[in-house]
Design a protein around this ligand. Structure first.
Ligand code: IMP
Length: 186
């Protein structure tokens, strides 16, 4: 952890690895209580950001879960969403009649999840729920019903634990704010 902090001095820690791991364990336990071993959820991760969270979360759910991924591109700059969304990779799994739990890294405007949920709903899953690690409440443009949320965070651009800026920082074990970006906005 100290090595990462030294290597990435431009990142100011918002959530430590310990805080994240503790919350992921709570979310996993909550999800395990809400589903049963007879009908466990299919976890649907949204690439690439949710990869790290999904990997930890599924190991915190003591049920026979399966997982799959979708990839979605959203147009805009590194930090601003234009509202245009496109499916780059579809599921390999049929979801009709199955319990689906979408696992997202961060809910910002909500446009990505809104698109994905509309798409998955047309395939008639038995249930469709959302688990997001982070949520920026002040930024939501569309209402997304979130069933499991790790942390509500302020309206700042964050990196680490799967989240990137120009494809960097995804491997940080903590979540932080880029000091340079914070300065640019002032
Ligand atoms: P939304 O469609 O605006 O909710 O944005 C969702 C996607 O935008 C996330 O899955 C992330 O890939 C990206 N995103 C939004 N906010 C951040 C951030 O603060 N850091 C890194 N990526 C972000």
């Amino acid at each position: 952890m100290d090595d990462f902090r030294q290597c990435f001095p431009e990142v100011e820690v918002l959530l430590t690895a310990e805080q994240i791991q503790a919350r992921v364990a709570e979310l996993g336990a909550q999800i395990a209580r809400d589903y049963s071993a007879d009908s466990p959820p299919l976890l649907v991760g949204v690439l690439k950001g949710s990869l790290v969270f999904l990997a930890d979360l599924m190991r915190a759910i003591p049920l026979p879960v399966q997982f799959d991924f979708v990839a979605i591109s959203s147009y805009g700059t590194e930090t601003e969403h234009t509202g245009q969304v496109r499916l780059l990779k579809d599921l390999d799994t049929k979801i009709e009649g199955r319990h689906v739990l979408v696992v997202e890294d961060i809910l910002d405007t909500g446009l990505t999840l809104s698109y994905l949920l509309d798409l998955l709903r047309t395939r008639q899953p038995a249930s469709l729920r959302v688990c997001t690690l982070l949520r920026k409440p002040s930024r939501n443009k569309v209402f997304i019903p979130v069933d499991y949320c790790g942390f509500d965070i302020p309206n700042q651009f964050v990196v680490g634990y799967g989240l990137d800026y120009a494809e960097r920082y995804r491997n940080l074990p903590f979540i932080g704010v880029l000091r340079a970006l914070a300065l640019e906005k002032k």
